[in-house]
Design a protein around this ligand. Structure first.
Ligand SMILES: CC(C)(COP(=O)(O)OP(=O)(O)OC[C@H]1O[C@@H](n2cnc3c(N)ncnc32)[C@H](O)[C@@H]1OP(=O)(O)O)[C@@H](O)C(=O)NCCC(=O)NCCS
Length: 198
């Protein structure tokens, strides 16, 4: 059985033995330590019954209010545990913590354009393409994004309080020559003026 738990200091030396291919951008010990110190909640491991680390995921929560989000900084599954959909468990866990505990609005991840496995994997997990970014000396990255429950609820609320384009087009409004009013009270038999003023 696989156990998912938060990453702890003792795990540090155990994950550096991970064989990560060049597209996974092998990370240094100081990289992991800095994430562990700053974003403890966003660093998780999957552990096998024999206590071996099967995979890990780490992210950083940044931004304020509606821009608060978690960027997946690294995710990897050890070769012998590959193709078991373990990565979905790790991503699901980080999304859940980000949504429920950090109360952030969306997830972001950067993927190399040539990392076909990761692109397809994130597509299946509900991530959509947002941008292609180029940093001099660093090559290109694809920015992928997934909305969490707070953002979905907010967008549902906005569409429920905002009249749709179809509603607005059917309003028989009249603009006076001086532009002072959209609709005279006399013309408002069907209550559309009252609707717009709500
Ligand atoms: C990408 C990665 C996290 C996928 O983890 P996983 O738990 O094996 O994922 P899944 O079991 O859902 O498999 C997803 C796909 O990965 C590919 N894959 C996974 N392990 C593989 C292996 N050992 N050999 C070849 N392909 C493999 C397959 O294409 C699979 O698709 P399929 O189900 O149609 O066969 C893992 O391969 C990995 O650690 N890669 C190196 C680091 C990396 O690229 N991280 C993502 C950067 S953002």
């Amino acid at each position: 059985m696989t156990t998912l738990r938060r990453f702890c200091c003792n795990d540090l030396l155990r994950i550096t033995t991970f064989h990560i291919d060049h597209l996974g951008e092998t990370n240094s010990l100081s990289f992991f330590i800095s994430y562990l110190a700053a974003w403890t909640n966003s660093f998780h491991v999957a552990v096998a019954p024999c206590n071996r680390i099967m995979g890990y995921i780490l992210g950083k929560v940044e931004g304020q209010e509606i821009h608060k989000h978690c960027e997946i900084a690294s995710v990897a599954v050890a070769g012998e545990y590959g193709k078991l959909a373990l990565v979905k468990k790790l991503v699901d866990r980080l999304e859940e913590v980000t949504d429920k505990i950090d109360k952030a609005f969306y997830m972001d991840v950067m993927v190399r354009p040539s990392n076909t496995v990761a692109k397809e994997m994130y597509r299946r997990l509900g991530y959509v393409f947002l941008n292609r970014l180029s940093n001099p000396g660093e090559g290109d990255w694809l920015q992928l994004r997934k909305a969490l429950s707070g953002l979905l609820a907010l967008s549902e609320y906005i569409s429920s309080v905002q009249p749709s384009a179809a509603d607005v087009e059917t309003v028989p409004y009249d603009v006076d020559d001086d532009g002072s009013s959209w609709l005279s009270d006399d013309d408002d038999d069907d209550g559309t003026n009252a609707f717009l003023m709500r």
